[in-house]
Each structure stands twice: as C-alpha cells, then as structure tokens.
Write a protein that binds this ligand. Sequence first.
Ligand SMILES: NC(=O)c1ccc[n+]([C@@H]2O[C@H](COP(=O)([O-])OP(=O)(O)OC[C@H]3O[C@@H](n4cnc5c(N)ncnc54)[C@H](OP(=O)(O)O)[C@@H]3O)[C@@H](O)[C@H]2O)c1
Length: 341
Amino acid sequence: MYKANPDRYKKMKYNKVGDSGVLLPQISLGFWINFGDEKPFEHVKEIVLAAFDNGITHFDLANNYGVPSGSAEKNLGKILAEELKPYRDELFISTKAGYQMWDGPYGDNGSRKYLMASLDQSLERLGLDYVDLFYHHRPDYETPLEETMKALADIVYQGKALYVGISNYPTERAIEAAEILKSYGVKLLIHQPSFSLLNRWIQKDGLDEGMSSRGIGLIPFSVLSQGLLTNKYINDIPKDSRAANEKIPFLNKDNITPELLKKLKRLNKVANKRGQTIAEMAMAWATTQKGITTVLTGVSKLSQLESNLKAMENTEFTQEELDEIEMICNEELLRKEPKRS
Ligand SMILES: NC(=O)c1ccc[n+]([C@@H]2O[C@H](COP(=O)([O-])OP(=O)(O)OC[C@H]3O[C@@H](n4cnc5c(N)ncnc54)[C@H](OP(=O)(O)O)[C@@H]3O)[C@@H](O)[C@H]2O)c1
C-alpha cells in the first residue's frame, strides 16, 4: 500500500488563489495528454504519486482528457481508490466541460443541460462525490452567459464542486462572467488561459490585470508550448515526442519552424547561463508573471516532472536576463488570442 512521502510539504511553495482562502502549489499537474489510456496505467500512477510526494496537491482534469476521452479521469479515479483515498482532503481536484464529449446536441459547449450531465459523468469516472473546482472549458457565444454561469453557481450550491472557474475566455467576457457569477452569490475562483514565453496574449489583452485586480487567480496552461519550449527539438524531432506522435493532433512537425529553432538556440544560451534548461527557465519565468497563482505542467516522463520541480529552485531573474529573453521572444505569438463574438 502506498504511503506518501512525509516530507512532501517541505519544499513546495503554496500561493493564495486571488483573494480566496485556497492555496495552490507553485506547480500543478495537468492530465490532458499522457495520463489516459494512451499510456500504460503503471506509468501514469508513478508520475501522479511522484507529484503528490513532491507537494503537488492540485490535479487538473477535464471530461475529454486522455485517449479515449474520459480515460484520464478514469485513471485518476483508480489511483484515488487504490492509493490516494486516505489523502483526498489533501488534494485539490479540478475538472471541466466545454468541448465536444458525446454525440448529439447536448454533449458540447456551454448549456446547463451539458454542464450538469458532464459533471455527473466526471464524478462517476473519478469515483468522487464532489470536485474541488469545476470549469467551463471555453467560451460559447451561442449560449447566454447567464445560463452557463447560473449552471456553475447551481453546481456550487448542489455541493458537486466547491469552486468554479473558466478557461480560454478573453478578458472582457471573463470579467462579465465573474460579474454574473457574483450576482448569483458565487465567486469566480480562477481563470485557466494558455500562456508561455512565446504566447503572451493574456498580457496583451489585459487578462492578467483584469483578473488579479478582481481577486481572481490565473493558472496558465501549455507553459512550455506543448514541449516546443525545451531543447528537445533543437537538433531533431525525437520519436517519443509529442510533435512526432501522429495520434496527438495538437502539435506537429510543421510547428517546428526555422524561426522557432533560432529562438530556441538563443534561449538555450540564456538558460544555460542560469544553470537551467530552456524548459526549467520557461517554467520559472511563468511563475513570476503578474497574477499567476500556479503553473500547469504536462509531462510524459518522470524525469520531466523532476526537472520542472527543480526549476522552482531558481525563479529569480536579473534585469539583464529578462531583457535578453524579451529580445529573443519578441512579440511573436504561437497561439492567437481567443476569438471574440
Ligand atoms: N484549459 C485548456 O483549454 C487547456 C489546454 C491545454 C492544456 N491544459 C492543461 O494544461 C496542462 C499542460 O498542458 P500541456 O501538456 O500543453 O503543457 P506543456 O507543459 O506546455 O507541454 C507538456 C509537454 O512538454 C514536454 N515537457 C514537459 N516538461 C519537460 C521537460 N522538463 N523537459 C523536456 N520536455 C518537457 C513534454 O513533451 P513530450 O510529450 O514531447 O515529451 C510534455 O508532454 C494539461 O495537462 C491540462 O491540464 C488546459
């Protein structure tokens, strides 16, 4: 039987989520890719338990995570039942709904009908009575925002989620969502946007200021731009990398452009001078940005998790380093700002 590392809380730093009473670890573990049936269960379990043993108390899921969709929640459910049950109150587990999950008109987007049914399905896969955090996964301009937010508020009142969040909402829509939720007596806890050294839309769009000034946390995803912000692609495309895996359509060889490689080579030099890899520097940098509560990490190997945890030991940047990083990354965005209505 698994026994958690007694020193698990010694090294990890915990940050308050906005002006709420909740603390989240500086790094949180994301289950999008690498935690479903696309990987052997024992491999998934090893990484999940190693994360917990290192003080990572927040696991981020969604209804559609893993291949097939739902398998990441199922795997975590199994790990919870078999190993982590005694530690449930030490864990902060989130899930989401908003992308296509089942056939027909009620398995997608932001209707009350979809969100309520999807959360029930997620709870069943996870084997839980409640999640700590439930998100609307992406903005849906076809459904009145009031309907989506009322569903989130009711989910809190039903006790199926303790807190609610939104993801991928542009700033204006996010502020509106927070205000509507507030009118139903529920606080928007956190926003989950994409963000990395190469993807600054939250800073350009003012989401960082818009959320932090309202006491709402930010938990960025794809902080390594799905693995592009590492040194793995500098010389080649490794066979076991996300870009080489044709079953994962979100990153492919075309993303590795000559311009990107030029930036990576220069970033590599800055990182090495700091005694870090590009990935470690990119993780460390993200934690220091305005409004950021915790950064999500997605890993395919235990060694990557260890390296990303190590990154948190050096999150100080000199002005010279910051200037150099800005010059290299410039303004180029890999991922565009979310679409407005
Ligand atoms: N709300 C949303 O819409 C949304 C969207 C996407 C993600 N997310 C959340 O954010 C989490 C993270 O997303 P992501 O997987 O795109 O994050 P990411 O951290 O940008 O990319 C993860 C990939 O980076 C590589 N990697 C990680 N650490 C590394 C290291 N130390 N050295 C070398 N390579 C390293 C691995 O690539 P290889 O596989 O090539 O080894 C890994 O699969 C997800 O699991 C999910 O929870 C949310």
